[in-house]
Design a binder for this molecule. Structure first.
Ligand SMILES: [Zn+2]
Length: 458
């Protein structure tokens, strides 16, 4: 018997569901999500779980499934994930990216980690709870979204704006980026995402005297704008330590202990932060973006003719704000680098939540530790954005919680969106077991312990 055949015989229902999901090419904006969503809808309805479709474009639907409680006493709990994936264009894969092949102990393919593997966990969790007729004191909801890897316009942005009623009563949600293991200094950390950076789009404009290109000119709009762009790329924005960053750094410092813990805690002293980051080089690189807002100039526009000095030149910038930072504070940071003589316009701003609601954290951590006694769960602030930002606008706190026990050499963050994305066989079941444990006991315990009040970082 070949190795592949042996492996395929050892696959669980969860692994097979993941393979099936990978085989639907749902490249965002290129291939429709509909066939994959139809497949999942049929699967859930076949189990007797009710579903509803919400679509701005019928080819890009979103599906809400509900496992209804006979006796709801607590707010519904939401699990959500996206079915679309990023493109594989230009990447060299050693396996067929939409094949879902099981080989060498992994299931290979685009979306295995981001996030069809995680969606399969959520689906298997709700299916198992239904099959076992578990009585929960709350409705368990599962939302499958389109267009997360795009703008969310057909997915979470559309749903939260046009169908907010489907989120009625929900305060907490489990989503992507978190709960996977990560080896650090001999410890097996399980970062759980509690906050993400905020996204903004700025336009910075410089003005000056216009004129004829044949004369010498000084202090032109072009010169001034270019000077601002160079400063923004050469310098970091000032250190900004918000409660979310403090929470993450302190938790990791406690987990590591010893000299490393001491160095990490020093990061939280603004006068030392940049010096320590510089001295540590790559080792502490992951902390830099959560201790600073950051900005990149991505587009420049100005000038209409080769012989005319333009009176106005502008650039557009991708600005990422640390969670808890206001736009006023971020603009002050930008001005501290480029000065006060530029006009700055905020073109787009996805404001995140001002504070983190940690009510479920302890019980999420406890469920991980019950499954893996080596687990050291820690809070995580992510530098990118997920659909969590749209839900936070409705007052819903997302925790990135899709538990995975990854081998030390497998780097989650390096493999997502990259070639040879893969997940260990059995990961869907690992996640399902931790999720089921949390849903059946942790959620109620956490809400009771909080006594109706939210546990916040400030
Ligand atoms: Zn994702």
């Amino acid at each position: 018997m070949s190795k592949e055949m042996k492996e395929s015989m050892n696959l669980s229902d969860g692994d097979r569901l993941l393979q099936k999901l990978i085989q639907f090419d749902t490249t965002t904006g290129v291939m429709p999500e509909k066939p994959a969503v139809d497949y999942l809808r049929e699967l859930l309805e076949g189990e007797g779980i009710e579903t509803e479709i919400f679509a701005k474009d019928p080819q890009r639907p979103n599906m809400m499934a509900t496992l209804r409680s006979q006796n709801p006493k607590l707010p519904p709990l939401l699990m959500y994930g996206h079915i679309d994936v990023v493109s594989t264009a230009g990447q060299t894969w050693s396996k067929e990216p939409f094949g879902g092949e099981a080989a060498d102990g992994f299931i290979w393919g685009r979306g295995a980690l981001d996030m069809k593997g995680e969606l399969a966990m959520f689906i298997m969790t709700i299916v198992q709870l239904k099959r076992e007729k578990v009585c929960l004191p709350f409705d368990l909801k599962l939302l499958v979204l389109s267009d997360e890897e795009g703008t969310g316009e057909w997915g979470a942005a559309y749903l939260t704006a046009q169908h907010p009623q489907i989120f009625a009563g929900i305060r907490y949600a489990l989503g992507e980026i978190g709960g996977f293991s990560l080896q650090l200094s001999g410890k097996k950390l399980y970062p759980v995402m509690v906050a993400e950076k905020q996204f903004a789009h700025l336009k910075i404009t410089a003005r000056g005297e216009g004129g004829h290109g044949s004369f010498a000119h000084r202090d032109t709009a072009m010169e001034r704008l270019c000077s601002a762009a160079v400063k923004l790329s050469e310098r970091s924005l000032p250190v900004r330590i918000t409660p979310a960053a403090r929470y993450m750094v302190e938790a990791i410092a406690s987990a590591l202990g010893g000299a490393q813990g001491i160095v990490l805690r020093l990061l939280l002293r603004p006068a030392l932060t940049d010096r320590i980051l510089k001295m540590a080089g790559d080792q502490l690189e992951i902390f830099k973006p959560i201790l600073h807002n950051n900005i990149n100039v991505t587009m420049i526009e100005g000038g209409t003719a080769i012989n005319v000095i333009p009176a106005e030149v502008s650039c557009q910038c991708d600005l990422r704000l640390v969670p808890g930072c206001t736009m006023e504070e971020a603009l002050a940071d930008v001005r501290s680098v480029i000065g006060n003589t530029y006009e700055i316009e905020v073109i787009e701003y996805d404001k995140g939540s001002d504070d983190i609601d940690m009510t479920l954290m302890e019980e999420l951590f406890a469920a991980l530790k019950r499954k893996d006694c080596e687990a050291v769960p820690v809070p995580l602030v992510v530098t990118g954005v997920t659909d969590g930002r749209f839900l936070s606008g409705l007052g819903i706190q997302t925790y990135g919680f899709t538990p995975m026990d990854l081998p030390g050499e497998l780097d989650f963050t390096a493999l997502i969106h990259a070639a040879d994305e893969r997940i260990p066989v059995g990961s869907v079941d690992f996640g399902r077991e931790v999720l089921t444990d949390f849903i059946c006991s942790g959620y109620e315990k956490a809400l009771k312990a909080a006594g109706g009040t939210k546990t916040k970082t400030r």
